[in-house]
Every structure is written in structure tokens, then in C-alpha cells.
Ligand binder design. Structure first.
Ligand code: SF4
Length: 337
């Protein structure tokens, strides 16, 4: 397969020149959160003529809701939204997660991290790990930091999960894989340092994997423009006024996001707030507890349609009357990333 993916790219990376000319891929994996940036990556791939049959959407279920755990951090609708995208574009969606999800990892108390589970093209769910002798205790929320060792949610519930899914599938051995993710430089100083193109962490002599960030240099407006051009209805989070589709109760939410969430789903916020009290530690770096942050903020008003859709997305994905959602104008970072 000859892709024209990198023909006009700025190769300001330390990548080996062999990789630079490497254009034949057997698999194209897109880390797909359901948010605007990963959606823009998908649309860009399709515009570049990338054959759909090579593309797989990989979605990390941070709450492990797929195995029956109640939603703790994430938007309940996110998996149904990702499924709607996959169905519309006729591209397979594979979910992966850490057993017990975010909540189990947060409440680790002298226990090992849980196993990882991932879906495969042959319809299986593979489980691996979870039996380490390395015991650990968290009992606190991830820190609002660009450092992934203290902001453990991204590393343990997403990055490490996809690494395990790659490393434990023999189909990638002896093959070439393009791994795509949607981080953008504009989002934060930490993300600005990410490379546009580089060997993936799981690239080995027997398994070539290139990590490409096609929208790294894109502005927020460019992201919305490609979504608008294709008439794709954005994730309900943007209709709530959130600037990002991250976890619904992401540690980086701003005060207005929390107040809005509290207005329409007080029990969701209550669960998080009660853990702040239990841990005697605020999520916020400036030590303001959620109760105070909400009291001092004014909630946005959300259309009832999007309150319902945030539980389960079942609208048509395409619209001929595409409009910017309120979140398109909002705080894109919702904090430092
Ligand atoms: S969206 Fe926020 S809370 Fe969720 S994993 Fe990412 S940084 Fe952590």
C-alpha cells in the first residue's frame, strides 16, 4: 500500500530516516476517545485516501464499564458515541481497559495494579497481567500535572493499556503498523513537546510500529472545520459546553464545568467530592475542594436533548445542518494537560 501520509510533513523529529520513507502499513490503529481531535484524525486519514479496511479504532474504557462497573469518571455515552462513529464509517472498534477501571486503580491499597483486557478482531477478549508482586497504594486522585507518573490515570488506564494490547497480539509481529493519536501542541506546553512522528514505544525489531500525530500542529478551528465539513455530530460533552471530551469528571475540569455537571448530575459530582473528603486531598492543585469551586461558580444551561444523549448516544451521526457546539468556544484545555 502506498500512502501519501507524510509527503508534505515537517520531519522535525529524531526519527530514523528509514522510518521516514516507510509507507507500507499492514495495520492502522487510531486511538479513539470519541473527542474532536481523534475524530479529526479519522477524517484526515479518510481524506488522505487511507483504505478503511486497514483502520481500527481503539477505545480505552477508563471505567471498565464494559464489564459492568458503574460509570465513575467517564461520560456514560462515550462508548455508544464511539460505536456510532465506527458504524457510520464501517470501521471496527476495539475496546480495551484495566480491570476495575479508574476507581479500582485509585483505591489500590497495598495491592498490584489490575489486569488489562482487550478485544481482538476475532471476537475474543484477552486478559493479561494483574499478578505482579509489585504492590502499591494510591488512595488519591491523579495529580494535575503533565508528569505521567503522578497523573497516573493517563498512563495506567490508557497508554499502558494500549501498549499491552499491542504487545500481546501476535498479528503485529513481522508487520508494519501505524499508530495514530490526536494530541495537539496547542493543548498544553507538555503536548507541544510531543513529536509529530516517531517510533512507537512498542516498536521492536520484530514489530514495526510508527506513532503519528497528524493533527499535532492543527489549531482548534481547523479541527472543528474538518468535522463540520463532514457533517459529523460532535460528542455530547461539547453540547454541555465542555471544551474537551475527556472523562466527564476529568481532574482538569474547570470550575464552571464542575458547576454545570453538579447542576444536572449532582450524584456524579457527589461521588467524586466524597473521595476528596475521604482522602483529605482536593483534586485541584490550588487545594480548593469541589464544594467550594462549585459554590463560587455559575453553571451553564444545557439543552435537555444533550442531557439525555450524554447517557446514551443514539442520534444520527451525520447532519446536513452542522453547527458549532457551545464547547467549541470554551476552555479547550480545561486546565493544564
Ligand atoms: S481524561 Fe482526565 S481524568 Fe480521565 S484519564 Fe485523562 S487526565 Fe485522567
Amino acid at each position: 500500500m502506498q500512502l501519501s501520509l507524510f509527503d508534505t510533513a515537517d520531519y522535525s523529529t529524531s526519527i530514523n530516516s528509514d522510518y521516514k520513507n516507510y509507507k507500507n502499513y499492514d495495520y492502522i490503529i487510531l486511538a479513539f476517545s470519541g473527542g474532536k481531535d481523534s475524530l479529526a484524525c479519522l477524517l484526515q486519514l479518510l481524506e488522505l485516501g487511507c483504505p478503511k479496511e486497514k483502520i481500527e479504532l481503539w477505545h480505552h474504557d477508563v471505567d471498565a464499564a464494559i464489564e459492568g462497573h458503574p460509570h465513575f469518571m467517564d461520560w456514560p455515552c462515550t462508548r455508544s458515541y464511539c460505536e456510532a462513529v465506527a458504524k457510520y464509517f464501517e470501521i471496527p472498534l476495539y475496546c480495551s481497559w484495566r480491570s476495575g477501571g479508574f476507581k479500582r486503580e485509585m483505591l489500590r491499597d497495598n495491592t498490584p495494579t489490575a489486569s488489562v483486557k482487550f478485544q481482538t478482531p476475532d471476537g475474543q477478549t484477552i486478559e493479561t497481567g494483574g499478578n505482579s508482586n509489585k504492590l502499591g497504594t494510591r488512595r488519591k486522585f491523579p495529580q494535575q500535572s503533565g508528569n505521567l507518573s503522578t497523573r497516573w490515570c493517563s498512563s495506567y488506564l490508557k497508554i499502558a493499556v494500549s501498549d499491552v494490547a499491542i504487545a500481546h497480539q501476535d498479528r503485529f509481529k513481522g508487520k508494519s503498523t501505524l499508530f495514530i493519536s490526536g494530541e495537539r501542541a496547542e493543548e498544553s506546553p507538555a503536548r507541544a513537546k510531543y513529536k509529530y512522528l516517531e517510533p512507537h514505544r512498542k516498536n521492536t525489531k520484530s514489530r514495526q510500529i510508527i506513532h503519528w500525530r497528524p493533527v499535532h500542529q492543527w489549531s482548534t478551528l481547523e479541527v472543528w472545520q474538518i468535522i463540520s465539513k463532514h457533517g459529523i455530530v460532535p460528542h455530547p460533552a461539547y453540547w454541555w459546553g465542555f471544551g474537551r471530551t475527556s472523562c466527564r469528571t476529568c481532574i482538569f475540569l474547570n470550575d464552571v464545568d464542575w458547576a454545570t455537571l453538579y447542576r444536572y448530575s449532582p450524584s456524579t459530582v457527589g461521588r467524586i467530592s466524597s473521595f476528596e473528603q475521604e482522602f483529605q486531598l482536593a483534586i485541584s492543585r490550588n487545594k480548593r475542594y469541589l464544594q467550594q469551586r462549585i459554590q463560587e461558580s455559575t453553571a451553564r444551561v444545557v439543552d435537555p436533548l444533550w442531557i439525555k444523549q450524554s447517557e446514551y448516544f443514539d442520534l444520527p451521526l451525520y447532519t446536513s445542518d452542522w453547527q458549532f457546539p457551545p464547547g467549541a468556544y470554551g476552555d479547550q484545555g480545561s486546565g493544564s494537560w
